[in-house]
Design a protein around this ligand. Structure first.
Ligand code: C5J
Length: 228
């Protein structure tokens, strides 16, 4: 039995047991002042609108006993996994690895690199540390999905046109079905948010499906999941 969500470009059908909620990079470095996002000149308050709907979806997945996976973008302390092309690009006020108010920018183990308190992982939830934009590149994400028998992903987090898009594209090439939640993904650029979501559902769902969390939550109650 399967569950169905009304989505763009059409119904998204999934088996709850083989579906994971993927929460991408809801880290202080992207979502709070004084982090990497702000050093790049962005208004981080735009990303914070994602937090309340994403908390509701996270609670629903947890209450239904379904798989939850968090990712964090960042680098080992000696930055050996950060290509010079990434390190040196742009004109940030602080570069990756520089000491900032929340610790070294985008470095694993630092306060700013960790996930915001509102969406903190529970013990037992997988946290994937990734050096790049995509969740599959340079990580065990793919093998962890395979080990859990996951075939569908409900994708959330930030930023829509960067790490969310890269992960959805990587997932597509590996055969995963992706539902992207429009109000649970965020961008520093409203026009990129709109275009990024439109690109996923265009051409009959070239990368997957898009729906608001309000379309998913009614089918994700413990009773609906148990009956599916
Ligand atoms: C960026 C991300 N935007 N998580 N990272 O650098 O989207």
């Amino acid at each position: 039995m399967t569950l169905t969500v009304e989505a763009d470009p059409g119904p998204f059908t999934f088996d709850a047991a083989t579906t994971a909620l993927v929460i991408i990079d809801m880290q202080r470095d992207f979502c709070e002042p004084d982090g990497f996002g702000e050093t790049l000149g962005n208004d981080v308050s735009l990303l914070r609108t994602v937090i309340p709907p994403l908390q509701a979806v996270l609670t629903a997945f947890r209450e239904a006993g379904l798989t939850v996976i968090h990712t964090r973008e960042g680098h080992v302390p000696d930055l050996s996994d950060c290509p010079p092309a990434k390190l040196n690009r742009g004109e940030p006020s602080l570069r990756i690895g520089d000491p900032g108010p929340k610790g070294r920018i985008l470095v694993r183990g630092e306060y700013g690199h960790d996930i915001i308190d509102e969406l903190a992982p529970l013990p037992g939830e997988l946290v994937v540390d990734k050096p790049g934009k995509g969740s599959f590149h340079g990580t065990t994400f793919g093998t962890e999905l395979e080990a859990r028998g996951i075939t569908s992903l409900v994708v959330t987090g930030v930023t829509t046109e960067v790490c969310v898009h890269t992960t959805v594209r990587e997932a597509n090439d590996r055969g995963y079905e992706c539902l992207v939640l429009s109000d649970c993904t965020g961008s520093y650029f409203p026009e990129f948010q709109a275009a990024g979501l439109a690109m996923i559902a265009a051409q009959g769902g070239i990368f997957g499906w898009v729906a608001p969390s309000s379309a998913l939550l009614p089918v994700l109650t413990p009773a609906e999941v148990a009956a599916s």
